[in-house]
Ligand binder design. Structure first.
Ligand code: PEP
Ligand code: MG
Length: 556
């Protein structure tokens, strides 16, 4: 009998197929003692397995490219951490087998990370994944992870490690559902980059039996278990109609009455450029440069290496607009050379622009590299700082840009409620604003974006978040400056209309969402978008706001 479950839809589209579960079994090797003369051989086995797993992660990264590559390379480095390896050696020297030594050393490291603060939850999942891979290799059993199947399937997992998300084959994996993860988690961002329908934060999904047919709606977050023939037909025809409508709308983003809203792409490096161009992105609204820095968390990449990566992205958008965000390290993206190791609450600590102002040499090198990369190119370069809290932050950033001789517009991201509340004051120092709604939601609702249990509060339809967007957009309009959105909120087609109605001037998102947003925007006038925005702001909850906007936009 058909049952309906509801999670959080994070990547558009409909997927209908049989369920396959992710191999998540934690492999606990038996704790048996080995004779002392076998220790050296076991240490060699452990080292070989670590090297092989690291090489495999790097190879998966090369295959995946883009943001995924950097995430996987960071995981490979985790596997080879010298202190962790020294601990494995020590444990084997006192009688552990290679697999048990790895298992116990990772457990100790895991406990350290877990106790270092809530924000490390995402990294703990990555660490467990690395451990499982090494132990599986040592035990000679199949790797945990994406199931082997020749038939297309819907993947269900507790959570997806970046290594697995990156390897999902869109021709085999029709869609995925996870029990954990919020709408702005790494997995959700990567799913959108892949263009695979996905639903997260659905506890209980793990209990759906292997082989059961489910229908996943990545837009609404609904999962129909054993859908009836009528339901399947209804969803399939709605999906086909959506696809046909998508390909019928091309060109720059605009409402039906011609109000232009440039649709830009979020990229993590040159690897994401082809998908952005294919989706018809009018430029880049967020270049997350920290992904270039995750290769080696001990030092910044050289100026030369940075120039090369920036130029590759800038060259792809002649005459277009490219908004580069300077390094956003800290919290869920710590870098050893920038991020303090002992903060009790890193999301509220020295991260983003704060790290850069503490390390002016790193900021200077990045701005100089950007300036060199843009030399002679007909691109509109805009550079923005993450985590700007107040006018002093904005001034410090603009001063650094001027000192580096950068020929670009300087901007501030609005990710902290204080920046939205005092947007006019910040705009005295910079030329544009860009709303990072992922962090803005996290800080407005005190709800960690990595934690599925609080995903209700990370919903960008929350009226309080819409109020902060409106404040920022109104301030920019009053100052005659622009105010875009580059957080995940921009990738929800209906919300994109509401953001437009609130006065946002551009929308930037993962490339796969651009056609959906373009098609939906093209169906409504600016006045309708404004009415939908007012209706959403008048609501008392995210769900009510969504319904109210829907009612206005569908002419009810
Ligand atoms: C945001 O916070 O909305 C944002 C765009 O930045 P990131 O997701 O990289 O933190
Ligand atoms: Mg952010």
């Amino acid at each position: 009998m058909e049952t309906t479950l509801r999670g959080v839809g994070v990547s558009h589209g409909v997927a209908i197929g049989e369920v396959r579960h992710m191999g998540t079994a934690v492999l606990e090797p038996p704790a048996k003692q080995i004779p002392a003369d076998e220790a050296e051989r076991e240490q060699g086995r452990a080292r070989q397995a670590v090297e092989a797993v690291a090489a495999d992660l790097v190879a998966r990264g090369n295959l995946a490219g883009g943001e995924a590559q950097h995430v996987l390379e960071a995981q490979a480095m985790m596997a080879q951490d010298p202190e962790l390896m020294a601990d494995v050696d020590r444990r084997i020297a006192v009688g552990s087998t290679a697999e048990r030594g790895v298992y116990d050393a990772f457990a100790a490291y895991r406990a350290l990370l877990a106790n270092a603060g809530e924000y490390l939850a995402g990294r703990v999942a990555d660490l467990d994944d690395v451990r499982n891979r090494i132990v599986a290799r040592l035990l000679g059993v199949p790797m945990p992870g994406v199931p082997d199947s020749d038939e297309p399937y819907v993947l269900i997992a507790r959570d997806l490690a970046p290594a697995d998300t990156a390897l999902l084959d869109p021709t085999l994996v029709l869609g995925f559902v996870t029990e954990e993860g919020g709408p702005t988690s790494h997995s959700a961002i990567l799913a959108r980059a892949l263009g695979v329908p996905a639903v997260v934060a659905l506890p209980g999904a793990g209990e759906i039996a292997e082989g059961t047919v489910v229908a996943v709606d990545g837009s609404t977050g609904e999962i129909f278990v054993e859908p009836s023939q009528e339901k399947r037909a209804e969803m399939e025809s709605a999906s086909a109609a959506r696809k046909a409508a998508l390909s019928a709308v091309t060109g720059p983003g605009a409402t039906s009455d011609g109000h232009k809203v440039p649709l830009l792409a979020n990229v993590g490096g040159p690897g994401d450029v082809p998908a952005a161009l294919e989706a018809g992105a009018e430029g880049v609204g967020l270049f997350r440069t920290e992904f270039l820095f995750l290769d080696d968390s001990k030092q910044a990449p050289s100026e030369e290496k940075q120039v090369e990566a920036y130029r590759a992205v800038l060259e792809a958008f002649p005459e277009g607009r490219v908004v580069v965000r300077v390094l956003d390290a800290g919290a869920d993206k710590p870098l050893e050379f920038l991020t303090p190791a002992d903060e009790p609450n890193p999301a509220l600590g020295v991260r983003g622009l704060r790290s850069l102002l503490d390390h002016p040499d790193v900021l200077r090198t990045q701005l100089t590299a950007l300036s060199r990369a843009a030399e002679g190119l007909p691109v509109y370069l805009e550079v923005m700082a993450p985590m700007v809290a107040d006018r002093a932050d904005a001034k410090a950033f603009a001063d650094a840009c001027r000192e580096a001789g950068l020929q670009a517009k300087f901007g501030a991201m609005v990710e902290i409620p204080s920046a939205a509340l005092r947007a006019r004051s910040i705009l005295q120092e910079v030329e544009f604003l860009s709303l990072g709604t992922n962090d803005l939601a996290q800080y407005t609702f005190a709800a960690d974006r990595q934690v599925g249990a609080v995903s209700r509060l990370q919903d960008p339809w929350q009226p309080a978040l819409l109020d902060l967007v409106a404040l920022s957009a109104e301030a920019a309009r009053a100052e005659g400056k622009s105010c875009g959105v580059c957080g995940e909120a921009a990738s929800d087609p209906l919300l994109a209309c509401v953001l437009t109605g609130l006065g946002v001037t551009s929308l930037s998102m993962g490339a796969a969402s651009i056609p959906y947003v373009r098609a939906t925007l093209a169906k409504h006038t600016l006045a309708q978008c404004e009415r939908a925005a007012s209706a959403a702001r008048a609501a008392d909850s995210a769900d009510e706001a969504r319904l109210a906007a829907q009612a206005v936009l569908s002419g009810e």
